[in-house]
Write a protein that binds this ligand. Structure first.
Ligand code: PRT
Ligand code: MG
Length: 216
């Protein structure tokens, strides 16, 4: 009996950058998520299907077995907590960093040195809480779900903690990066129970992905 394998991916950069890894595993996705409204995509391998979920939902789908494996940014994995997930591989795709940014006219160093309380808006509350705690900086965290860049411009917050790639988004909004908290890439995550029950087919995919990831 062939075992059904479900892979959770998010649309956009993670989907695009996972395609070459899937190709290395002999798996081709048969529909383009940008053109189709389907949430479950068939592949060239009848036993393998792709489910499209929000990037932040990938760890949750894999944790509870809604998918056997998935690709998720380290940012999403840290915020999720990683319970129930086996994380065999850094895929080194969708790279960026988590940074602190402020308005160009805000003196961040001065605020930190003075020991002022900082208002920090972010989607990444765990990462932000740990980072400022480790620096001994007191912060009021404001949880946002989108467009963090707007927060310092409207006076909602003094600073944001957000993902930065080229830096163009910050620049376009008159914000400057004042701290780099950590480097981010996407990881393969596997449901721990599925890894035992579907060991052979999952191992094949993990090994093929591993051989396609650039070394170093
Ligand atoms: O967009 P949506 O709200 O659905 O969810 P999402 O933003 O979590 O998903 P998606 O698909 O945008 O990102 C998925 C994953 O890609 C993230 O979890 C990161 O691990 C990774 N990644 C890599 C990025 C970026 N680079 C990136 N640049 N995710 C988001 N961005 C955004 C960033 O938030 C900021 O708004 O791009 C903007 C900055 O880009 P630059 O190039 O202007 O600096
Ligand atoms: Mg996004």
């Amino acid at each position: 009996m062939t075992q059904q394998i479900t892979l959770a991916l998010s649309k956009g950069r993670i989907f695009e950058e996972t395609l070459p890894l899937l190709a290395a595993a002999g798996i081709e996705v048969l529909e383009d998520p940008e053109k189709s409204r389907k949430l479950i995509l068939p592949t060239s391998r009848p036993e393998v299907r792709v489910v499209l979920v929000r990037a932040t939902d990938v760890p949750t789908y894999v944790q509870y077995g809604g998918a056997d494996l998935g690709v998720a940014g380290k940012d999403s994995l840290i915020e999720h907590g990683g319970q129930g997930l086996f994380r065999p591989l850094d895929l080194k795709i969708a790279k960026c960093r988590v940074s602190v940014a402020v308005r160009a006219d805000f003196d961040y160093r001065e605020a930190v040195t003075q020991g002022s309380r900082l208002k920090v808006a972010t989607k990444y509350t765990s990462i932000a809480r740990d980072f400022f705690a480790s620096k001994g900086v007191h912060v009021d965290l404001i949880k946002l779900y989108g467009s963090m860049e707007l927060a310092p411009l409207t006076g909602l917050a003094d600073a944001i903690v957000d993902l930065v790639s080229t830096g163009n988004t910050l620049k376009a909004n008159n914000l400057v990066e004042v701290e780099q908290i950590m480097d981010i890439s996407s990881h393969l995550v596997v449901n721990q129970a599925a890894l035992k029950l579907k060991q052979a087919p999952l191992r094949r995919i993990i090994d093929a992905f591993a051989s396609a990831v650039p070394q170093g």
